[in-house]
Design a protein. Structure first.
Length: 296
């Protein structure tokens, strides 16, 4: 299993992202984005927080505490990606403003075509190995073909086959989840998920990064005065990142080379998976909290 994973890591990562975005697109229509015009304050604030505030927090943690290139690149990669379909689902489950969540996801997903390579270049250029050049054009192409194109195709499916779209979306997302599980199993069997090598200090730094995002999001929401449903949506958007895209970009930027030192890519990958696990736990807690408060 480990050897097969080493050979097909990138293809598996691309597969899981394409199916995740196809499944997400099959739940979206153009009318979902009309809330951008009806709720300009919440949409604009949430989008700016996603594109500016989270990278600023990442910059502080990278400069202040990143002791290895792996954790620096991992945090930067997490900060440079938008939310995904999971944030929309969690917002709905927490009784938040689902159309607002969908609108912010849509805008930041389109924007990441430009913002993702830009944020990565700003945050981690000095932490990359000597001679490494940020493949900006390659990142743009991969986001376009594996994220935006399947998203648009999913929206076409909903328009053309409305009675089958929900079924198609469900099975696409299930296929994506299966691919993620195969990636985790393959990485483990190949000896790439080594928490001891990752280090306690890196783990604490990543947890601190997550905690500050959650705290600052709440504080900004209180300051601006969002409604509870809008605040829930924006919290989910900023906390729950598109880990599928992060996995693909990691596989593209740091492909596994058999017999070579893959420690940098392994640390980046582990940072992504740890953040993904923590965001799921936090999202579950928010769902329980918001549902209870809405009944009170």
């Amino acid at each position: 299993m480990g050897e097969l994973f080493l050979k097909y890591e990138y293809g598996l990562a691309a597969f899981q992202l394409v199916f995740a975005m196809l499944g997400m697109g099959a739940t979206l229509s153009v009318s979902d984005f009309k809330d951008v015009l009806r709720e300009p304050k919440s949409v604009t604030s949430g989008t700016l927080m996603q594109l500016l505030l989270v990278p600023a927090i990442a910059f502080m943690f990278i400069e202040a505490g990143a002791q290895t290139a792996g954790i620096a690149v991992g945090i930067a990669l997490i900060a440079s990606i938008p939310g995904g379909t999971t944030s929309n689902i969690f917002t709905y489950m927490a009784r938040g403003n689902a159309p607002l969540s969908i609108s912010i996801t849509g805008i930041t997903t389109l924007a990441c075509l430009i913002t993702t390579p830009l944020i990565l270049s700003i945050l981690v250029t000095e932490h990359l190995p000597p001679g490494f050049s940020m493949p900006t054009e390659q990142i743009i192409k991969e986001i376009g073909f594996t994220l935006l194109l399947p998203l648009c195709m999913g929206m076409v499916i909903l328009k053309a086959l409305p009675h089958y779209a929900a079924w198609i979306s469900k099975w696409c997302i299930r296929a994506s989840i299966l691919a993620i599980l195969l990636i985790v199993i393959g990485s483990s069997s190949a000896g790439r998920l080594d928490l001891d090598a990752f280090g306690q200090s890196n783990t604490l730094l990543l947890l601190g990064f997550f905690a500050v995002i959650a705290l600052v999001t709440w504080l900004v929401g209180e300051l601006i005065g969002f409604s509870e449903s809008d605040q829930t949506a924006i919290e989910m958007e900023l906390i729950v990142r598109n880990i599928n895209l992060a996995v693909l970009l990691k596989a593209s930027l740091f492909p596994i080379v058999v017999g070579a030192d893959n420690s940098l890519g392994d640390q980046v990958f582990l940072a992504i998976l740890l953040y993904g696990a923590v965001q799921l736990l936090m999202a579950a807690a928010l769902i329980v909290w918001r549902r209870r408060s809405s009944r009170a």
